[in-house]
Design a protein around this ligand. Sequence first.
Ligand code: AMP
Ligand code: MG
Length: 418
Amino acid sequence: MKFGVEGRSRKVGELSKRIRHRSESVELSRAFGRVLAQPLRADQDQPPFARSTRDGFACRAAEASAHGTLRIAGSTHAGEAPAGPLPPSSAWEIMTGAPVPAGANAVVMLEHVENTGGNVRLLPPRLIQAGDNIVAQGAQARAGDELLSAGVVLGAAQIALAASCGCNPVDVSIRPRVAILTTGDELVPIDTTPGPGQIRNSNALMLAALVENAGGEPWVLPTAADTAKALDDSLSEAADADLLLISGGVSAGKFDLVEPALARIGARFHFTGVRIQPGKPLVFGELPGRDENSGASTHASTLPFFGLPGNPISSAATFLLFAAPVLSALAGSRESGPRFALARLVREAGTKGKSDLTRFLPARCDFSPPSGQLPHVETVPWHGSGDLAAFARSNCFLVVPESAGLLEAGSTVRMLLF
Ligand code: AMP
Ligand code: MG
């Protein structure tokens, strides 16, 4: 079965609907990047009192706009309890963030009045309207309002909002445990000098970094050799994971033994190839889970898996396009799609002639173009999908649609961000 890039969303979406999320309570100070498990509600009105947004004088707008002299009747600074009431024909000195005294309906800015010791006057021809420079009590939210729904990822702004509501500790989804199984007789650990024909295992840590970035907890398993026995043993070790990533061994070669090993333990395959390059041999499916009580194998709870092609750039691209959305869904997030953006292509890219594969070329995007322009992007010269040096110089993939051949300089193109 071969899926186009768009086909993924259906299969991945079907899986996400069946996921049950578990949550835990964490200190808000440790919750950055976590996924909210319960809606966040306002514990009180926001703002909790009518608040001045300026240093100046609280007044009645109609009186101030008549440009008469107003007597300064009192003063409130930020942190003081609401004061007042404001007597007629008066103004009340007020600082930014302070509660507006009862009776006032606007704040004139310090810079806009004539202050004659004890009295102020709004300088003509300036006028002021009711509500100016005041945020009314509850204007942002009323006590009990839902401010964030479950499934939102806690970034800096969401942490600030939770802090303002005193939401500490906060309920977040438990990070899915993602088993990372690298396969290949040629792989040696990173602190070993490779012998003839060997290479260091770079995918394990690359995938761990991608997993962490997508909200998962990486669990790197020992590398499996290219034998049926080694794969069977490693797969049984991974059974407790929430998601399984296998790198390598899914192409058509003589030692590509991953698919048969998965089939031996009852895998259901959703697809065994995608119309993309690099990454065509990608495999996606589910393994039977274990019944929580009896320990028996069951399809009621399953272990989703991806067989990622071993070439590092293929592994990264297929992870971003296919595995990251499943991982986000497992993490309880509603923000689960791969991230695309538009840019202006600086130099022509792609190759002449159409392909039936959507291509993902390592590219470098300048996200700070001259004002008013789209980001600028150009491909990074590379020697195929094992070229880690080129990959490390890139910060996105340029998407070449399957119907396109060469993309012209100056055209608007799509990027897959990472
Ligand atoms: P495979 O998908 O197993 O056929 O591997 C394709 C290419 O990726 C081969 O050149 C492998 O040596 C390389 N490769 C496979 N696994 C890894 C890994 N964990 N780290 C770096 N390169 C790898
Ligand atoms: Mg291999």
